[in-house]
Design a protein around this ligand. Structure first.
Ligand SMILES: Cc1ncc(COP(=O)(O)O)c(C=O)c1O
Length: 491
């Protein structure tokens, strides 16, 4: 056979000896004809080749390690569409069992056999569902009282995750933000209450704040909401965004009240794919009781004897994550989750201590309450240094680590911080390798005789285009009286 035939690519061709490998990958048009699976695989695989290894990505909260059995189980279910409940009723039932397990981890008071909750693609969908339910409950109440219902609002800190800005924009619900300050590095409950009125559909505290790793004080907020409702006759309620905290608090801080033990908490959302320990995308939302899930956004079906609530923004969605979640519950049990989360916390505290000891750095908080923390340059060092945390981020990237540097939300927008999220799959040995790389990078940066471009920019309050996605854009403050948080990062 002539060489040319091999070069077109057939089962006997060496992948890198084919013509396809001499051509650029398609960008605009579908190629005229097929190529072999080996060549197509190599091209697609190679396109992702230069990226960070997911387990070295310390920017993400999302699971990057599951064991082989979990991975096998999920791969085997890759062709199952969750929405086909008639065909796959066992998957629907499994999701409902996960809802029950999570509701009980969060101390639901709901007495019925099957608890009220729903599966989402991530916390974003789960937050939206919690928010929409709060809005519809408020709207139905206002309608029944013959009161206007065209100006709903909700209250959250300026350290909101971008999903809440999307919620505000998509449903046209005003977002009122309580700024973080040095004195109040988490939601100031008294300030939050000042922003509430009869049009407030809910307050949204966060456990595991994306920007800082800290927890809003839901218990104090709950007390204030009870007083407020008594005083005003309103029915203000709380939705907890527990994207990260939902799978940390029950295991590591069981005595802290942040969940359905607090009477005004009517719904909670979390990410199964963060500390729920499942590959993306999986989220969960649970309501305190069926009566808090408006009937106009849900319907119930009975599969295999289980009363299953159906509510969601998506229709088709992968079933594999549900199998992965149920597997983790069975495989790990309460003690298994607890030890994994505790290991993550221990490694986080170790890194927090070691970074805090370095002369250039200072931690944002002395406490580590979730397996993540942020730190900054010491103010006196920041004034004289020729480099910034952005430079350190790029240096670490050369060794494969992704450790994000970004600015804090409004009122603290000139503070550049760096964050590490420790997840399952990040060992003490890896932490030591990272520390060593940080020390080496800092040593080199400290030798610089002239400021870097990034340092020159930061001194003029010009920060690189944000890379890391936590908060919203400058549209975030719908309240025109508030200072616009236009530096917030947006992907
Ligand atoms: C507090 C908070 N809420 C919501 C989200 C959105 O979560 P997801 O990526 O699961 O949609 C995140 C993601 O980091 C988060 O940290």
């Amino acid at each position: 056979m002539k060489d040319n035939n091999f070069r077109e690519g057939d089962a006997r061709s060496n992948v890198f000896a084919t013509d396809v490998m001499l051509n650029p990958a398609p960008i605009d048009r579908i190629p005229d004809g097929p190529t072999t699976p080996q060549v197509a695989y190599q091209m697609v695989k190679d396109e992702t080749f230069p990226q960070t290894q997911p387990r070295l990505n310390l920017a993400t909260f999302v699971t990057t390690y599951m064991d082989e059995y979990a991975t096998r189980l999920m791969n085997e279910a890759i062709n199952v569409n969750y929405i086909d409940e008639t065909e796959y009723p066992r998957v629907a039932l499994m999701a409902q069992k996960c809802v029950n397990i999570i509701a009980n981890l969060w101390n639901t008071p709901e007495a019925s056999r099957w608890k009220t909750g729903a599966v989402g693609i991530g916390s974003s969908e789960a937050c939206m569902l919690g928010g929409v339910a709060a809005w519809l409950r408020w709207k139905n109440r206002r309608k029944a009282q013959n009161k206007p219902y065209d100006k709903p609002n909700f209250v959250i800190t300026s350290a909101f995750q971008v999903v809440w800005e999307k919620f505000s924009q998509l449903w046209q619900i005003e977002m009122r933000t309580v700024p973080l300050t040095k004195e109040h590095p988490t939601l100031d409950p008294a300030e939050a209450m000042k922003l509430c009125d009869e049009n407030t559909i809910c307050i949204v505290p966060i456990t595991g704040v994306t920007w800082t790793g800290m927890n809003d004080d839901v218990e104090t907020l709950d007390k204030m909401v009870t007083d407020y409702n008594k005083r005003t006759g309103n029915e203000l309620c709380i939705h907890v965004d527990a994207a990260s905290g939902g799978f940390i608090m029950p295991f590591l801080s069981p005595n802290v009240k942040w969940d359905f033990r607090l009477n005004n908490v009517l719904s909670i959302s979390t990410s199964g794919h963060k500390f729920g320990l499942v590959y993306p995308g999986l989220g969960w939302v649970i309501w305190r009781d069926k009566k808090y899930l408006p009937s106009d956004m849900s319907f119930s079906v009975n599969y295999l004897g289980a009363d299953i609530t159906q509510v969601g923004l998506n229709f088709s969605r992968p079933a594999a994550q549900i199998l992965g979640q149920y597997y983790q519950f069975i495989r790990l049990g309460f003690q298994g989750y607890k030890t994994i989360q505790q290991n993550c916390m221990d490694i986080t505290k170790y890194l927090h201590d070691e970074i805090g000891k370095m002369p250039q750095f200072q931690n944002y908080s002395n406490n580590v309450v979730n397996p993540l923390f942020i730190w900054m340059l010491k103010p006196e060092y920041d004034k004289v240094s020729n480099w910034t945390l952005y430079d350190l981020q790029y240096k670490l990237q050369q060794n494969g680590w992704m450790v994000p540097a970004y600015t804090l939300p409004m009122n603290m927008e000139n503070t550049v911080v760096m964050r590490i999220v420790c997840r399952q799959g990040f060992s003490r040995d890896m932490a030591d390798m990272l520390l060593n790389d940080i020390k080496m990078a800092v040593q080199e940066l400290d030798k610089l005789e002239y400021p870097t471009q990034l340092r020159i920019g930061v001194n003029k309050n010009e920060h690189p285009k944000p890379k890391f996605n936590h908060g919203g854009t400058h549209h975030c403050c719908n309240d025109k009286n508030q200072k616009c948080c236009n530096n917030q990062t947006n992907k």
